[in-house]
Design a protein around this ligand. Structure first.
Ligand SMILES: [Zn+2]
Length: 241
């Protein structure tokens, strides 16, 4: 019985490693996703500032062309004023010039306001970009580390799955099917040590009679409380832990 259980314990150890590695392979990609979403959020906020700057620049275009038209009007008026003959014509043209000048000042004021806002947005963008660049180094390193861990776990799984297949072939089929049945209901742990008459799976005392049978080691003993397959460690109990 002892040798048969040794194979089973070895199998269980391998399967626990596979389980742990697979758990890591489920969890680590979530951490990578988190990092990616942080990076994405930063990119989105940078894009938003870019869009605000572009919208402001767009507002400048019609104002700039109006300013040009206005200048044409002023230049034309300047040329005309020298040829004017009557006072009435002069006053009318002067009013036209005054209006154009007022409009020019108004447009220039608006352009200055826009340029001021563009500058402020530019400073804001620089600030976001700087902190993003600094964080990016850390985030990229963290992601690289997680990817390395994933590769490592993948190779662990591949290696242990190979071991698992071999071990499964070496275990007695009826024992293996009992092991699988218990394992499914007991979160992967089907074989547990019994130390000082206590099942290490459920921490219950097993009856002395059963414990004696276990010590004799001529048949398979299940814990009456949790049904797990029990074994006694080969080492003296007080030397462990
Ligand atoms: Zn138990």
């Amino acid at each position: 019985m002892k040798e048969r259980l040794d194979d089973l314990i070895a199998l269980q150890n391998v399967e626990i490693e596979i389980f742990k590695a697979e758990e890591g392979l489920r969890e680590l990609p979530k951490e990578i996703e988190e990092i990616d979403s942080i990076i994405q959020a930063r990119k989105t906020s940078l894009n938003a500032v870019d869009e605000e700057i572009a919208a402001l620049e767009e507002k400048k275009t019609p104002l700039e062309s109006e300013l040009k038209e206005n200048q044409t009007i002023l230049d034309a008026a300047d040329a005309r004023i020298k040829k004017i003959k009557t006072n009435k014509e002069y006053l009318a043209l002067q009013r036209e010039i005054d209006l154009a000048k007022k409009r020019k000042a108004d447009i220039e004021e608006q352009l200055l306001t826009i340029m001021d806002r563009v500058e402020k947005k530019g400073t804001e963008k620089e600030r976001i970009q700087k902190s993003f660049d600094a964080d990016r180094v850390i985030l990229d390193e963290k992601k690289e580390g997680l990817l390395a861990q994933i590769r490592e776990l993948e190779s662990v799984v591949a290696e242990y799955k190979g071991k698992d297949q071999k071990l499964r072939k070496s275990v007695d089929p009826s024992l293996l099917s009992k092991y699988d049945r218990i394992r499914q209901s007991k979160k992967g742990i089907a074989v547990v040590e019994c130390a000082d008459g206590v099942c290490k799976g459920c921490h219950m005392h097993i009856p002395p009679q059963l414990y004696n049978e276990l010590v004799r080691g001529d048949k398979m003993i299940n814990c009456p409380a949790c049904q797990r397959i029990l074994y006694i460690s080969a080492k003296p109990e007080n030397a462990e832990e």
